[in-house]
Design a protein around this ligand. Structure first.
Ligand code: FAD
Length: 442
């Protein structure tokens, strides 16, 4: 006889932990099966380079409604890195130097024109498919939309580099609708979108949020428990995990990232609307690197181009004798973020005066439990698949930051999706419980 419970949640990332917390609150017995030896998934605070660094998801903001509700609930606080005193960018092969305002002024015309139809196509980010015709716009990639603007070389380079920082992929692979969804979430303001996505981080790290949700959930969370198979019927599902253990539940919530879904052995099989995007993969495929350099230095921000191994770098921590920089690149196959020589070489595009002391990062693309960074969709994926990805299949439910409406690909989206999924499951179980009684009464 296999073990039984009410609900099994697969994955202890933020979506899984939120789902578990919301369901235990309603009195359901929940078992969370997590493949890794830690919880948090694509958020991971780790002590490296002498500081608690965010190896994955980091920044959040008060315009992210689900994240901010959790910040308030647990009494968390946010902080930010030092303001940049110098900014570098490239025009062709030439390095330009100024302040952050100069760079923002340079990208402003491009950003404004690129995003001017945002509120026409996505007036309500919580229902991103509501406007007829969005499917046609969803065919465009961000590169072709930028090319159409006929920007000067300086402006084009700068706009591309800024978007690579956001999208973690060569822009030709990224749907233009990603840019509009992010901007719609900030009511059309690209400045606020920039701030929301990359400035404020939790003072005590994402580990504080993850730990608080897990402690609050009261769920039975089992790490080192990779799930390999799910067999489901209309009555329930049996999940195989670890070394072949089985657990049966009335409902199962799958929270693995989009790129991994096709790897689970699920019987009966999932529909194409869920499996095809998993096989196609998300557009995002880049890197995040942490770099400790000898100090003192002035805090700086630097943008190169989407073709360089590192497209964006900035000072995130400033010490008396050192500084820690955070950097992003479009393609994980171009640079090993744990290789000091490669990272030092990549920094030279802007400055060769920095002495790199240590580097670190994580290759999320070859991590077997993510194979993904933060979700950026390819052209067509939003309109072809989002609804199918969000839908339940009998007793199987799907929660993920990848499947959110408003801030898809963000911590906020994982909370949104987990909250919705838990509510749907609880409501469904309640209806099931009251249905026979109602039938008897009538
Ligand atoms: C480098 C990087 C930077 C980012 N920056 C930001 C940012 O600044 N701000 C922001 O809001 N977001 C950011 N994100 C995105 C954010 O971290 C994610 O969107 C969010 O954490 C996703 O949560 P999730 O629960 O949906 O997925 P995940 O965190 O991926 O959770 C899924 C869980 O399932 C587990 N799992 C996978 N396969 C199995 C299996 N077979 N059996 C059992 N368990 C399994 C995984 O180990 C994982 O714990 C970033 C992500 C990365 C990688």
């Amino acid at each position: 006889m296999s073990e039984t419970t009410d609900i099994v949640v697969i994955g202890a990332g933020i979506a899984g932990l939120i789902t578990a917390r919301e369901l235990t609150r309603h009195g359901h017995r929940v078992v969370v099966l997590e493949a890794r030896d830690r919880i948090g998934g694509r958020t991971w605070t780790d002590h490296r380079l002498g500081r608690n660094l965010e190896i994955g998801g980091t920044w959040l903001h008060w315009v992210q409604p689900h994240s901010w509700a959790e910040v308030t609930r647990y009494g968390l606080s946010v902080t930010r890195g030092p303001r940049s005193e110098e900014t570098y960018w490239l025009a062709g092969n030439e390095v330009r130097r100024g302040n952050l305002e100069d760079f923002m002024a340079l990208i402003n015309p491009g950003m404004t024109r690129l995003l001017e139809d945002t509120m026409k196509w996505i007036p309500r980010p919580d229902t991103p498919l509501s406007v007829p015709g969005i499917a046609e716009v969803d065919q465009f990639n961000l590169q072709e939309m930028l090319d159409e603007l006929d920007l000067s070389v300086d402006e084009k380079n700068a706009n591309e580099a800024a978007w690579v920082g956001h999208f973690n992929a060569p822009l030709i692979h990224c749907a233009y609708t990603n840019a509009m969804r992010w901007t719609a979430a900030t009511a059309g303001s690209w400045h606020l979108m920039h701030e929301a996505s990359a400035i404020y981080r939790l003072t005590d790290g994402t580990q504080a949020l993850v730990g608080a949700i897990a402690a609050d959930s009261g769920a039975d969370i089992r790490t080192d428990s990779p799930v390999s198979a799910i067999r489901h019927t209309s009555d329930g599902a049996t999940v195989t995990y670890g070394g072949g253990q089985e657990i049966t539940a009335r409902r199962v919530v799958v929270t693995v990232p989009q790129n991994l879904l096709h790897k689970l052995d699920i019987t009966p099989a999932l529909p194409a609307g869920k499996i095809t995007p998993s096989l196609e993969k998300a557009a995002s495929r880049g890197v995040k690197a942490w770099i400790r350099v000898r100090g003192p230095i002035k805090p700086f921000f630097a943008y190169s181009s989407q073709h360089h191994p590192l497209s964006v770098v900035r000072t995130e921590y400033l010490g008396e004798n050192d500084a820690v920089l955070v950097a992003f690149g479009a393609d994980a196959s171009r640079i090993d973020v744990n290789n000091l020589e490669q990272v030092t070489e990549a920094l030279k595009v802007w400055r060769d005066d920095l002495e790199v002391l240590e580097v670190t990062g994580h290759d999320w693309m070859s991590d077997e439990y993510s194979e993904e960074t933060w979700l950026i969709q390819q052209p067509g994926q939003l309109t072809n698949y989002l609804q199918a990805q969000q839908a339940s299949e009998g007793v199987l439910h799907f929660a993920s930051g990848d499947y959110a409406n408003i801030w898809a690909g963000f911590i906020d989206g994982a909370i949104e999706s987990g909250t919705n999924t838990a509510r749907n499951i609880h409501t469904g179980l309640q209806e099931q419980a009251t249905a026979p009684a109602l039938q008897e009464q009538s």
